[in-house]
Design a protein around this ligand. Structure first.
Ligand code: GAL
Length: 376
């Protein structure tokens, strides 16, 4: 081949690669079967920049999320298991959708319209993350949607009246969109035929250095919150909204997650580290910046935007080296952190907290965006 022709062939090949790369795609494959023989699908979403998310219709689990570092190297920045079997006993709630109620409800009890409801108790004497079989452990109905913003997967689930003790048939819809701006956008909505309570969230554990690549203590974190929600020994809010000023909970300026985590602080001790809701500044219901995390070595940055009043910052305190991740690396304590946008824990028992009651006929709506970029 003469040199000109060779150059032409190389150029054509390059161009084909660029065009293929620049197309947003969504594909569906089989992920496995539940013990009840239900088929579970895995959706692979890819945006025009090559960012890729794999999402299962079991638990709405984000199984992997590959984003570039400052040199264009892609790594999977969420913790997870190698195959579907790993998720069947997903104790840490890796990547899952959480419902009906994110975090704890004290003693699994609350009163609504004069009726006391008794929920499943699955965390000591308390109800956690929707109960024994929460939204993280059910098969959702999935469908693909190619939107202008990017590829999306739509998940719906009908939670029947009485499920895990909650009142009302709750029809839930969650849309994950992987936008061409490198955002994982989550739009939640729900309606009920009887007054109920609801607090949906998402439980990915992030490590911006890549899953399994060490702990997250060097990540720098900013949380746009002047106050946080102190808890008792059972991780139930005391009812106080406390100022972060002068405490290890002040993340108003970028601070390493590990800088103060071992301080002799009563809240850090009872939480085993950070495991607290922060009260996001600004007006709930409007999309505002809740937090920014960055990892110095890779340069990766993640912003969290939400319409929710709070964000639960959890530093993977209960990971203990007993789980092996998808690429074979053992997950030690604090190998991932969560930023779960939500209402405050135990709100049904705290009338002073923003309400989590969803009235019959009303529509619950909530949006959260995890936006990825990198520093030079
Ligand atoms: C978090 C919660 C922690 C722990 C964790 C799952 O959302 O705040 O206390 O339960 O989930 O291991």
């Amino acid at each position: 081949m003469n040199p000109q022709r060779k150059l032409l062939v190389v150029l054509v090949l390059l161009l084909t690669a660029v065009v293929a790369h620049a197309q947003a795609t969504i594909t569906k494959t089989s992920f496995g079967k539940t013990s009840a023989d239900e088929n579970v699908d895995l959706y692979t979403l890819r945006n025009v920049n090559g960012v890729e998310a794999k999402i299962a219709n079991y638990g709405g689990i984000v199984v992997s999320l590959k984003v570039p570092d400052r040199n264009g190297k892609f790594d999977d920045v969420v913790l997870g298991f190698k195959d579907f079997e790993g998720y069947l006993k997903n104790d840490p709630y890796f990547g899952a959708l959480i419902g009906r109620y994110g975090n704890r409800i004290a003693k699994g009890r609350f009163t609504l319209n004069g009726v006391e409801y008794k929920l499943a108790v699955n965390n000591g004497e308390n109800h956690l993350h929707g109960g024994i079989k929460g939204f993280d452990k059910v098969v959702w109905t999935g469908s693909e949607n190619k939107t202008k913003a990017g590829p999306a997967v739509v998940l719906t689930y009908l939670s029947k009246d009485g499920e895990e003790g909650y009142p009302g048939n709750l029809q839930v819809r969650v849309v994950y969109t992987l936008t061409n701006n490198n955002e994982l956008k989550i739009d939640y909505s729900a309606t009920t035929d009887k007054d109920t309570v609801i607090n949906l969230t998402h439980h990915s554990y992030f490590n911006l250095a890549g899953e399994g690549n060490g702990d997250i203590l060097n990540h720098l974190l900013t949380i746009n919150a002047n106050r946080f929600v102190p808890t008792d020994a059972g991780s139930i809010p005391t009812g106080e909204l406390r100022s972060v000023a002068g405490t290890p909970f002040d993340f108003l300026k970028p601070t390493a997650i590990g800088a103060r985590i071992n301080q002799d602080d009563e809240q850090l001790k009872s939480g085993n580290g950070y495991d607290h809701t922060f009260v996001i500044n600004g007006r709930p219901g409007t999309l505002r910046l809740a937090a920014t995390a960055s990892e110095p070595a890779s340069g990766r940055v993640m912003q969290v935007w939400t319409t929710e009043p709070g964000v639960q910052f959890y530093t993977g305190n209960f990971l203990n080296g007993t789980l092996t991740g998808k690429s074979g690396k053992v997950y030690q304590r604090r190998f991932g952190f969560c930023l779960e946008t939500q209402h405050f824990p135990d709100s049904p028992n705290h009338p002073s907290f923003p309400t989590t009651t969803l009235k019959k006929g009303a529509t619950y709506k909530s949006t959260t965006i995890y936006k990825f970029s990198h520093k030079r």
